[in-house]
Ligand binder design. Structure first.
Ligand code: GLP
Length: 247
């Protein structure tokens, strides 16, 4: 099953389209009396999407009281109080602007003493919530989704990973000094992501064109983890024209 590719006029249009999908999911779940379970991503790519969700909450009264969230990943060694952490990023750009219930947001624990146990508990929490309804993804230039760096197998689960040098360089701007970027992270696995009922990947700008081409044209393999998304029955790539340029 190939992924669906939608080329939008620009990243704002793509973000509005995905926010609308999320709004409809939340409303559908509300009507069913069930919780909407969202898988969320960090990075610069989803920022306009999060801004649009905040706008929908403020301007259209979209409530998140019936929403549970699970983030893809977290840096190893950073507490949620550190501004470079993904927990802090999510609070800053999304969570604190919404009416989410206390305890309804989950981000992997970057400082757990027993990481094997913490990762298993994260997987269990997703299952207990009923599984991910919709997973938001960005993509790294190494082909990573979440922090599933090459090689990442299709059956990989939430675990500790070692970050690629390219990824550490790409993310250095979020840290005071490049050497401050952690060498490790905790990420949902490829299998965890593939089990989401719906996957919406966003990629914008010329720096993503080549990895988007590879993700969609190479046969699925561990050396380019985003290629595994071709196996997902309901995965959409939302691109701007620049990210679509090499296809
Ligand atoms: C980080 C995140 C990924 C994200 C990627 C791309 O490494 N762990 O989930 O997709 O960066 O980042 P950006 O959106 O800033 O290009």
């Amino acid at each position: 099953m190939a992924a669906l590719v939608l080329v939008h006029a620009d990243k704002q249009a793509a973000s509005v389209a995905v926010a609308t999908t999320i709004r409809d999911l939340i409303r559908r779940r509300n009507a069913e009396g069930r919780t909407a379970v969202l898988g969320l991503a960090t990075g610069s790519t989803p920022l306009p999407l999060y801004a649009e969700l905040v706008r929908l909450h403020r301007a259209e009264g979209l409530s998140f009281q019936n929403v549970v969230t699970f983030n893809l990943d977290e840096y190893e060694g950073l507490t949620g109080e550190r501004p470079e952490s993904y927990r802090y990023f999510m609070e800053e750009h999304l969570f604190r602007h919404l009416d989410l219930r206390p305890g309804s947001t989950h981000v992997p624990d970057g400082i757990a003493a027993d990481q094997t146990r913490a990762c298993a508990a994260y997987e269990q929490a997703i299952r207990d919530a009923g599984g991910l309804d919709l997973q938001i993804l960005g993509i790294g230039r190494t082909g990573h989704i979440g922090f599933n760096e090459p090689p990442s197998a299709a059956d990989s689960r939430t675990r500790r990973v070692h970050l690629d040098a390219v990824t550490r360089r790409d993310n250095a701007s979020f840290f005071a000094r490049p050497e401050d970027v952690p060498h490790g992270a905790v990420t949902m696995g490829v299998a965890t992501i593939l089990e989401a009922r719906q996957v919406e990947l966003l990629a914008f700008g010329p720096a993503k064109a080549e990895i988007i081409r590879r993700a969609l044209s190479e046969s699925p393999h561990a050396a380019c983890p985003a290629t595994w998304l071709q196996l997902h029955p309901a995965c959409t790539f939302h691109l701007d024209p620049a990210a679509n340029a090499a296809l």
